[in-house]
Design a binder for this molecule. Structure first.
Ligand SMILES: NC(=O)c1ccc[n+]([C@@H]2O[C@H](COP(=O)([O-])OP(=O)(O)OC[C@H]3O[C@@H](n4cnc5c(N)ncnc54)[C@H](O)[C@@H]3O)[C@@H](O)[C@H]2O)c1
Length: 246
């Protein structure tokens, strides 16, 4: 018996990295998984391998959100889980970042999460159950240098999570945030570290002395998506090898 048997799940940014790991794990645990992303070839390939359904979705696109969630509900009669995982990272300090760059990060990392929650919450509220998992970051728990828009966006995800959790509480729709540390994906290796010495960064900032695999975050997402987390809502779940303990 799987931990997500009979659950219909939608995951954003599922073509690679953490979203891909979540899609594969949720499928292995019995979930019916709809993968979405803007990387269509990669997304189709992952869905084909793990038996899910792929749809192209730019999380900034309000009309596309409606049409995909309508299709999911028309197909299965329900939606049980949404993982708002899609995100981007950019460098730049507050006194030098372009407004356009700032807005792009906010549109994808924040408005995308809001649109996702708005699309699924009415269905979950009517059903009297559901779980929304928003991927924030340790950057949503502390400050940091040279990624002003990213830090801002991830604090906003943490705040939106709490506000939506309160609004959805009585309808048994749970909303939680996950705060990963340094996770071994394209984002970390190509954007966050961007030429920095990764070994030095890890040694300096991570008490456990290593990065995490995407699966180690997916395991937390699985817990929150499943009924095992039936009394958890409005909370932060940190997966960071001790980074925020420093
Ligand atoms: N990797 C890390 O160290 C780390 C740490 C903390 C939090 N996070 C967060 O985890 C989440 C997943 O990131 P990842 O590490 O797997 O990185 P990743 O870059 O491998 O994956 C991000 C995915 O989001 C998709 N995406 C980007 N813009 C999109 C858009 N407009 N619409 C739909 N999809 C879009 C990308 O195509 C990609 O598949 C992100 O929200 C990220 O901010 C990552």
């Amino acid at each position: 018996m799987g931990r997500l048997d009979d659950k219909v799940c939608v995951i954003t940014g599922a073509a690679r990295g953490q979203g891909e790991a979540e899609a594969r794990l949720f499928g292995a645990e019995g979930g019916t998984v709809w993968l979405t992303d803007v990387l269509d070839a990669e997304g189709e390939a992952v869905a084909g391998e793990m038996g899910g359904t792929y749809r192209s979705l730019d999380v900034r696109d309000e009309a596309a959100w409606s049409s995909i969630i309508d299709e999911v509900v028309a197909t299965h009669g329900r939606i049980d889980v949404l993982v708002n995982n899609a995100g981007i990272y950019t460098h730049g300090r507050h006194f030098e970042i372009d407004v356009d760059d700032f807005n792009r990060v906010m549109d994808i990392n924040c408005t995308g999460v809001f649109l996702g929650m708005r699309a699924v919450s009415p269905h979950m509220r009517d059903a009297g159950s559901g779980s929304i998992v928003n991927i924030s970051s340790v950057a949503g728990m502390q400050g940091g240098v040279n990624a002003f828009a990213y830090f801002t966006s991830k604090w906003a995800v943490r705040g939106m999570t709490k506000a939506a959790a309160v609004e959805n509480g009585r309808r048994n729709v749970r909303v939680n945030s996950i705060h990963p540390g340094l996770i071994d994906t394209e984002m970390l290796n190509n954007a966050v570290l961007d030429g920095q010495d990764s070994e030095r960064t890890v040694n300096q900032f991570v008490p456990m002395g290593r990065t995490a695999s995407a699966l180690e975050v997916a395991n937390m997402a699985l817990f929150l998506a499943s009924d095992d987390a039936s009394y958890c809502t409005g909370c932060e779940f940190v997966v960071d090898g001790g980074m925020t303990a420093l």
